[in-house]
Design a protein around this ligand. Structure first.
Ligand code: ATP
Ligand code: MG
Length: 287
Protein backbone atom coordinates (compact mmCIF):
# COMPACT_ATOMS: atom_id res chain seq x y z
CA UNK A 1 0.00 0.00 0.00
CA UNK A 2 1.18 3.52 -0.78
CA UNK A 3 1.22 6.56 1.48
CA UNK A 4 0.92 10.19 0.45
CA UNK A 5 1.31 12.99 2.95
CA UNK A 6 0.25 16.44 1.83
CA UNK A 7 1.09 19.61 3.75
CA UNK A 8 0.75 17.94 7.13
CA UNK A 9 0.96 20.24 10.13
CA UNK A 10 0.39 19.18 13.72
CA UNK A 11 0.19 21.63 16.58
CA UNK A 12 -0.08 20.29 20.13
CA UNK A 13 -2.04 22.41 22.62
CA UNK A 14 -2.96 25.16 20.14
CA UNK A 15 -3.66 28.64 21.48
CA UNK A 16 -2.19 27.83 24.87
CA UNK A 17 1.13 28.71 26.51
CA UNK A 18 2.18 25.10 25.70
CA UNK A 19 1.56 25.39 21.95
CA UNK A 20 4.12 23.28 20.02
CA UNK A 21 4.31 22.92 16.25
CA UNK A 22 5.50 19.32 16.07
CA UNK A 23 5.00 18.95 12.29
CA UNK A 24 5.37 21.91 10.00
CA UNK A 25 3.87 21.53 6.52
CA UNK A 26 5.32 18.12 5.65
CA UNK A 27 4.79 16.45 2.26
CA UNK A 28 6.21 13.21 0.87
CA UNK A 29 5.19 9.93 -0.71
CA UNK A 30 6.02 6.31 -0.01
CA UNK A 31 5.39 3.77 -2.74
CA UNK A 32 3.97 0.31 -2.16
CA UNK A 33 6.58 -2.15 -0.92
CA UNK A 34 9.15 0.50 -0.03
CA UNK A 35 11.29 0.24 3.10
CA UNK A 36 11.75 3.70 4.62
CA UNK A 37 14.06 4.73 7.45
CA UNK A 38 12.78 7.74 9.42
CA UNK A 39 15.52 9.43 11.38
CA UNK A 40 15.92 12.62 13.37
CA UNK A 41 16.94 14.04 16.68
CA UNK A 42 14.80 13.77 19.83
CA UNK A 43 11.76 15.99 19.44
CA UNK A 44 12.05 16.30 15.64
CA UNK A 45 8.51 14.95 15.18
CA UNK A 46 9.00 11.31 14.18
CA UNK A 47 6.49 9.79 16.61
CA UNK A 48 3.98 12.56 15.95
CA UNK A 49 4.24 11.89 12.21
CA UNK A 50 3.73 8.15 12.36
CA UNK A 51 0.82 8.38 14.78
CA UNK A 52 -1.05 10.21 12.01
CA UNK A 53 -0.66 7.22 9.71
CA UNK A 54 -3.02 5.00 11.66
CA UNK A 55 -5.43 7.74 12.67
CA UNK A 56 -4.23 8.01 16.26
CA UNK A 57 -3.53 11.71 15.79
CA UNK A 58 -5.51 14.05 13.56
CA UNK A 59 -3.75 16.70 11.47
CA UNK A 60 -4.10 20.33 12.41
CA UNK A 61 -3.78 20.91 8.67
CA UNK A 62 -3.15 18.68 5.67
CA UNK A 63 -4.06 15.27 4.35
CA UNK A 64 -2.91 11.67 4.58
CA UNK A 65 -3.79 9.35 1.72
CA UNK A 66 -3.35 5.61 2.02
CA UNK A 67 -3.85 3.90 -1.33
CA UNK A 68 -5.46 7.15 -2.51
CA UNK A 69 -8.00 7.13 0.35
CA UNK A 70 -7.92 10.21 2.57
CA UNK A 71 -7.85 8.69 6.06
CA UNK A 72 -8.50 12.07 7.66
CA UNK A 73 -11.98 12.15 6.13
CA UNK A 74 -14.91 11.55 8.45
CA UNK A 75 -16.22 8.65 6.36
CA UNK A 76 -13.18 6.47 7.06
CA UNK A 77 -13.45 4.17 10.08
CA UNK A 78 -10.43 3.89 12.37
CA UNK A 79 -10.86 0.13 12.41
CA UNK A 80 -10.41 -0.03 8.64
CA UNK A 81 -7.23 2.02 8.81
CA UNK A 82 -5.79 -0.16 11.56
CA UNK A 83 -6.43 -3.34 9.59
CA UNK A 84 -3.96 -2.04 7.05
CA UNK A 85 -1.55 0.03 9.09
CA UNK A 86 0.21 -1.74 11.96
CA UNK A 87 1.99 0.56 14.40
CA UNK A 88 4.54 -0.71 16.91
CA UNK A 89 5.02 2.05 19.51
CA UNK A 90 8.19 3.14 21.26
CA UNK A 91 8.67 0.68 24.16
CA UNK A 92 5.62 -1.35 23.07
CA UNK A 93 6.13 -3.86 25.88
CA UNK A 94 4.66 -1.28 28.27
CA UNK A 95 1.32 -1.90 26.63
CA UNK A 96 1.12 -5.65 27.15
CA UNK A 97 -1.83 -6.35 29.40
CA UNK A 98 -3.21 -9.89 28.94
CA UNK A 99 -2.38 -12.71 31.32
CA UNK A 100 -0.73 -14.90 28.69
CA UNK A 101 1.51 -14.38 25.71
CA UNK A 102 -1.06 -16.14 23.53
CA UNK A 103 -3.91 -13.84 24.55
CA UNK A 104 -1.80 -10.76 24.06
CA UNK A 105 -0.81 -11.64 20.50
CA UNK A 106 -4.33 -12.90 19.72
CA UNK A 107 -5.95 -9.64 20.81
CA UNK A 108 -5.65 -7.86 17.44
CA UNK A 109 -6.68 -10.81 15.25
CA UNK A 110 -9.62 -11.50 17.58
CA UNK A 111 -10.79 -7.92 17.03
CA UNK A 112 -10.70 -8.53 13.29
CA UNK A 113 -13.45 -11.08 13.86
CA UNK A 114 -11.43 -14.13 12.79
CA UNK A 115 -12.34 -17.62 14.04
CA UNK A 116 -10.33 -19.48 16.72
CA UNK A 117 -8.45 -21.61 14.22
CA UNK A 118 -7.42 -18.64 12.11
CA UNK A 119 -6.44 -16.68 15.24
CA UNK A 120 -4.24 -19.53 16.42
CA UNK A 121 -2.58 -19.79 13.02
CA UNK A 122 -1.84 -16.04 13.15
CA UNK A 123 -0.34 -16.30 16.66
CA UNK A 124 1.85 -19.25 15.69
CA UNK A 125 3.06 -17.47 12.57
CA UNK A 126 3.73 -14.15 14.31
CA UNK A 127 5.68 -15.84 17.13
CA UNK A 128 7.70 -17.70 14.55
CA UNK A 129 8.52 -14.46 12.72
CA UNK A 130 10.03 -12.95 15.87
CA UNK A 131 11.59 -16.28 16.90
CA UNK A 132 9.59 -16.90 20.07
CA UNK A 133 8.97 -20.61 20.83
CA UNK A 134 5.19 -21.08 20.72
CA UNK A 135 4.78 -24.18 22.91
CA UNK A 136 7.15 -22.96 25.57
CA UNK A 137 5.79 -19.43 25.91
CA UNK A 138 2.12 -19.50 24.89
CA UNK A 139 0.74 -19.85 28.43
CA UNK A 140 3.37 -17.79 30.20
CA UNK A 141 2.62 -14.33 31.53
CA UNK A 142 4.34 -11.64 29.44
CA UNK A 143 5.49 -10.13 32.72
CA UNK A 144 7.66 -13.18 33.51
CA UNK A 145 9.67 -12.76 30.32
CA UNK A 146 12.89 -10.86 29.69
CA UNK A 147 12.73 -7.31 28.31
CA UNK A 148 13.80 -8.47 24.85
CA UNK A 149 11.18 -11.24 24.80
CA UNK A 150 8.44 -8.85 25.92
CA UNK A 151 9.41 -6.51 23.07
CA UNK A 152 9.04 -9.45 20.65
CA UNK A 153 5.62 -10.34 22.06
CA UNK A 154 4.48 -6.76 21.46
CA UNK A 155 5.84 -6.77 17.90
CA UNK A 156 4.22 -10.18 17.25
CA UNK A 157 0.87 -8.70 18.34
CA UNK A 158 1.08 -6.18 15.50
CA UNK A 159 2.44 -8.69 12.96
CA UNK A 160 -0.48 -11.02 13.74
CA UNK A 161 -2.78 -8.41 12.18
CA UNK A 162 -0.84 -8.89 8.90
CA UNK A 163 -0.78 -5.17 8.18
CA UNK A 164 0.06 -4.05 4.64
CA UNK A 165 1.96 -1.14 6.11
CA UNK A 166 4.20 -1.86 9.09
CA UNK A 167 5.49 1.08 11.12
CA UNK A 168 7.93 0.58 13.96
CA UNK A 169 8.91 3.39 16.34
CA UNK A 170 12.47 2.67 17.54
CA UNK A 171 11.90 -1.09 17.86
CA UNK A 172 15.45 -1.66 19.05
CA UNK A 173 15.65 1.10 21.69
CA UNK A 174 17.19 -0.17 24.90
CA UNK A 175 18.09 -3.63 23.54
CA UNK A 176 21.63 -5.03 23.59
CA UNK A 177 23.51 -5.21 20.23
CA UNK A 178 22.57 -8.86 19.69
CA UNK A 179 18.87 -8.27 20.37
CA UNK A 180 18.99 -5.19 18.18
CA UNK A 181 20.54 -7.01 15.21
CA UNK A 182 18.11 -9.92 15.54
CA UNK A 183 15.02 -7.72 15.51
CA UNK A 184 16.28 -5.70 12.52
CA UNK A 185 17.11 -8.94 10.71
CA UNK A 186 13.58 -10.27 11.34
CA UNK A 187 11.95 -7.07 10.08
CA UNK A 188 14.11 -7.20 6.96
CA UNK A 189 13.40 -10.85 6.33
CA UNK A 190 9.63 -10.34 6.69
CA UNK A 191 9.83 -7.40 4.26
CA UNK A 192 11.70 -9.55 1.75
CA UNK A 193 9.12 -12.33 2.05
CA UNK A 194 5.91 -10.30 1.80
CA UNK A 195 7.06 -6.99 0.25
CA UNK A 196 5.11 -4.95 2.81
CA UNK A 197 5.58 -1.20 3.07
CA UNK A 198 7.78 -0.53 6.11
CA UNK A 199 8.62 2.65 8.00
CA UNK A 200 11.32 2.13 10.59
CA UNK A 201 11.99 4.97 13.02
CA UNK A 202 15.53 5.03 14.33
CA UNK A 203 18.14 7.22 15.98
CA UNK A 204 20.92 5.22 14.39
CA UNK A 205 22.21 5.75 10.87
CA UNK A 206 24.30 2.60 11.26
CA UNK A 207 21.17 0.55 11.81
CA UNK A 208 19.11 1.84 8.95
CA UNK A 209 21.79 2.50 6.33
CA UNK A 210 22.04 -1.11 5.27
CA UNK A 211 18.33 -1.92 5.51
CA UNK A 212 16.26 0.72 3.82
CA UNK A 213 15.45 1.88 0.28
CA UNK A 214 15.15 5.54 1.29
CA UNK A 215 15.87 7.65 4.34
CA UNK A 216 13.74 10.56 5.52
CA UNK A 217 15.62 12.92 7.84
CA UNK A 218 13.46 15.09 10.09
CA UNK A 219 14.52 18.24 11.84
CA UNK A 220 12.31 20.50 13.97
CA UNK A 221 9.08 19.25 12.44
CA UNK A 222 10.23 19.47 8.83
CA UNK A 223 11.66 16.99 6.34
CA UNK A 224 15.26 18.06 6.01
CA UNK A 225 16.54 15.37 3.60
CA UNK A 226 14.94 12.53 1.67
CA UNK A 227 16.60 10.04 -0.66
CA UNK A 228 18.55 6.82 -1.05
CA UNK A 229 21.07 6.23 1.78
CA UNK A 230 24.02 6.99 -0.49
CA UNK A 231 22.41 10.29 -1.57
CA UNK A 232 21.56 11.30 1.98
CA UNK A 233 25.06 10.49 3.25
CA UNK A 234 26.59 12.90 0.75
CA UNK A 235 25.04 15.71 2.80
CA UNK A 236 27.49 15.34 5.67
CA UNK A 237 27.38 19.01 6.62
CA UNK A 238 23.59 19.14 6.77
CA UNK A 239 23.50 15.94 8.82
CA UNK A 240 26.15 17.13 11.24
CA UNK A 241 24.49 20.51 11.65
CA UNK A 242 21.37 18.77 12.93
CA UNK A 243 23.27 16.46 15.24
CA UNK A 244 23.28 13.35 13.04
CA UNK A 245 26.31 11.71 11.53
CA UNK A 246 26.83 9.26 8.73
CA UNK A 247 27.85 5.66 9.49
CA UNK A 248 31.46 5.34 10.67
CA UNK A 249 32.34 3.22 7.67
CA UNK A 250 31.07 5.90 5.27
CA UNK A 251 33.38 8.43 7.01
CA UNK A 252 36.31 6.07 6.56
CA UNK A 253 35.59 5.60 2.85
CA UNK A 254 35.32 9.37 2.42
CA UNK A 255 38.64 9.90 4.19
CA UNK A 256 40.38 7.33 1.97
CA UNK A 257 39.00 9.05 -1.09
CA UNK A 258 40.25 12.43 0.11
CA UNK A 259 43.67 10.79 0.26
CA UNK A 260 43.40 9.83 -3.40
CA UNK A 261 42.59 6.22 -2.72
CA UNK A 262 39.88 5.73 -5.30
CA UNK A 263 37.12 3.48 -4.05
CA UNK A 264 33.40 3.17 -4.70
CA UNK A 265 31.45 5.89 -2.90
CA UNK A 266 28.26 4.00 -2.22
CA UNK A 267 29.59 1.82 0.57
CA UNK A 268 27.34 1.36 3.59
CA UNK A 269 28.53 -1.77 5.37
CA UNK A 270 31.82 -3.02 6.77
CA UNK A 271 31.60 -6.13 4.57
CA UNK A 272 31.33 -4.04 1.38
CA UNK A 273 34.16 -1.79 2.55
CA UNK A 274 36.39 -4.77 3.25
CA UNK A 275 35.80 -6.25 -0.21
CA UNK A 276 36.42 -2.88 -1.86
CA UNK A 277 39.65 -2.23 0.09
CA UNK A 278 40.97 -5.73 -0.66
CA UNK A 279 40.18 -5.18 -4.35
CA UNK A 280 42.04 -1.89 -4.27
CA UNK A 281 45.12 -3.46 -2.64
CA UNK A 282 45.13 -6.31 -5.17
CA UNK A 283 44.75 -3.85 -8.05
CA UNK A 284 47.66 -1.80 -6.75
CA UNK A 285 49.92 -4.81 -6.35
CA UNK A 286 49.29 -5.79 -9.95
CA UNK A 287 49.80 -2.28 -11.26
P1 ATP B 1 12.08 11.06 20.12
O1 ATP B 1 13.25 10.73 19.24
O2 ATP B 1 12.53 11.58 21.45
O3 ATP B 1 11.10 9.93 20.25
P2 ATP B 1 10.36 12.38 18.20
O4 ATP B 1 11.12 12.73 16.98
O5 ATP B 1 9.51 11.14 18.17
O6 ATP B 1 11.35 12.34 19.45
P3 ATP B 1 7.91 13.74 18.96
O7 ATP B 1 7.65 12.88 20.13
O8 ATP B 1 7.04 13.57 17.77
O9 ATP B 1 9.43 13.66 18.52
O10 ATP B 1 7.81 15.24 19.46
C1 ATP B 1 7.80 16.37 18.58
C2 ATP B 1 7.54 17.63 19.40
O11 ATP B 1 6.22 17.59 19.92
C3 ATP B 1 8.45 17.80 20.62
O12 ATP B 1 8.69 19.17 20.77
C4 ATP B 1 7.62 17.26 21.76
O13 ATP B 1 7.97 17.89 22.97
C5 ATP B 1 6.21 17.65 21.34
N1 ATP B 1 5.20 16.67 21.82
C6 ATP B 1 5.19 15.34 21.58
N2 ATP B 1 4.11 14.75 22.13
C7 ATP B 1 3.41 15.74 22.73
C8 ATP B 1 2.18 15.80 23.48
N3 ATP B 1 1.46 14.67 23.69
N4 ATP B 1 1.78 16.97 23.95
C9 ATP B 1 2.50 18.11 23.72
N5 ATP B 1 3.64 18.15 23.02
C10 ATP B 1 4.11 16.98 22.53
MG1 MG C 1 9.53 9.42 19.27
Amino acid sequence: MSIKIENLTHIYNPSSPFETTALDNISFEVTEGEFIGLIGHTGSGKSTLIQHLNGLLKPTKGKILINQVDITSKDVKLQDIRKNVGLVFQYPEHQLFEETVYKDIAFGPANLGLNEEEIKARVVEAMDLVRLPFQELRDRSPFELSGGQRRRVAIAGVLAMKPNILILDEPTAGLDPKGRDEILEQIKSLHQQVQNTVILVSHSMEDIAKLVDRIIVMHKGKVSLIGKPTQVFKEVEVLESIGLGIPQITYLMKMLKENNIKLREDILTIEEAKAEIINWIRGNKNA
